[in-house]
Design a protein around this ligand. Structure first.
Ligand SMILES: *[C@@H]1O[C@H](CO)[C@@H](O)[C@H](O)[C@H]1NC(C)=O
Length: 380
């Protein structure tokens, strides 16, 4: 069963990659979670076409209303676009957006792959986006941003942007093609997770399936919902959502499966930790023992790292800590993580600020307390 073996090793790869991600806090880079992202199928031969060289018009800083986006249909007909439109694959898409000038954003696949099919021209009062020889892979969000300019310094006016989601129903490809065979997705506690199986036609019926055991996943609209512009969203991930899932789209006689999504559950804290610090005494005599404790109450099975900064650190005073984790009573599954810094036979150098920093995957927080060292009490 070579396929199963392949999956097994992929799983391990994905898992270790995701763990590294979690550790270095750079989830955004490791996870291609954006529903609009895809890689090009690389089916189209590259063609070069001379870039439009229309001169940019001078902009006026006058306030404008929200931009107006229209679709240019055959024979010079215009149609104001709604939230979504469908354009037959192979046809030319032409969008006109009022503004001087305007900027466009297109699905990232089109931005990366300059095969000469996309052209953007700015006229005096409006911009025109033209996409020829369209395919299902062009499906996605197209946005027009009017620009606000002062002399040559222009910026996008985000509040006046107009977005339209454009489907290019492809009779052969029900899903927007991807060159990936599978995609690893991290399920984080209570963070919505998107399975970006994007269909090319809004008319396709899309269902969600688990590979092992092979069952259709119930999409109730609450725990898991479907959006034809985005794919499936698992709103509150739980450990049982983990595994290999894929989408199936059907339209007419056509039935196709999406790529596989490897969902890996990570016990993710809801918030950065909130540590509390307490010294056994705020004033200790030379020669006595001092204990400073730092404790954090948090969700069960969420790792918290506690580190210390203390006055004797710079001169290499060797202090030691005692770490412990204990369950907290009450209904919710919570635990207390504690680190106790022990200072035996206090010296003058131990006077000052003791800081503990508690860190989990959501962030870090520090708390401090000060300790005063007083001369040894003399026996009467
Ligand atoms: C669009 O397709 C036609 C017919 O296949 C071809 O001749 C033309 O070069 C294509 N245009 C671009 C910009 O890809």
């Amino acid at each position: 069963m070579p396929l199963v073996n392949l999956c097994g090793s992929n799983w391990r790869l994905v898992l270790s990659a995701l763990l590294i991600c979690a550790i270095i806090f750079e989830l955004a880079y490791c996870q291609k979670q954006d529903g609009g992202q895809r890689t090009t199928p690389g089916r189209k031969p590259k063609q070069s076409k001379p870039k439009s060289t229309k001169p940019k018009t001078k902009a006026t800083p006058a306030a404008q209303a929200k931009a107006v986006l229209t679709q240019v249909l055959n024979r010079g007909k215009f149609k104001k676009v709604g939230e979504t439109i469908s354009v037959q694959t192979g046809d030319t898409l032409e969008l006109r957006c009022r503004g001087k000038p305007v900027k466009w954003s297109v699905p990232s696949y089109l931005e990366e792959e300059d095969d000469g099919r996309l052209s953007i021209v700015q006229y005096e009062r409006y911009g025109v986006l033209t996409l020829v020889n369209t395919t299902g892979a062009d499906t996605g969000e197209y946005t027009c941003y009017p620009m606000y300019c002062e002399d040559t310094d222009c910026r996008k006016e985000y509040d006046k942007a107009v977005k339209v989601f454009i489907f290019f129903p492809d009779p052969q490809e029900l899903f927007v093609p991807s060159s990936d065979y599978y995609k690893g997705i991290q399920l984080r506690t209570n963070w919505p997770t998107v399975l970006p199986c994007q269909v090319t036609s809004p008319a396709a019926r899309v269902t969600l399936h688990r590979e092992f055991p092979p069952v259709e996943v119930v999409v109730d609209g609450t725990e898991i919902s479907f959006d034809v512009k985005k794919g499936f969203t698992i709103h509150r991930p739980r450990p049982y959502h983990a595994g290999a899932l894929f989408c199936v789209a059907s339209l007419g006689n056509l039935r196709q499966s999406s790529i596989k999504y490897m969902l890996i559950y990570v016990n993710y804290p809801m918030a950065p930790p909130a540590p509390a610090i307490q010294a056994s005494s705020s004033s200790v005599a030379v020669g006595e023992n001092l204990r400073v404790s730092c404790s954090v109450v948090g969700e069960q099975d969420v790792a918290i790292e506690i580190t210390w900064e203390y006055p004797g650190q710079e001169i290499g005073r060797p202090l030691y800590t005692q770490e412990s984790i204990s369950p907290v009573g009450g209904g919710a599954a919570r635990q207390q993580s504690q680190s106790v810094l022990l200072v035996d036979e206090v010296r003058d150098v131990d006077q000052g600020t003791y800081t503990c920093t508690a860190q989990n995957l959501q962030g870090a927080k520090s708390v401090s307390t000060t300790v005063k060292v007083v001369p040894k009490a003399t026996k009467p």
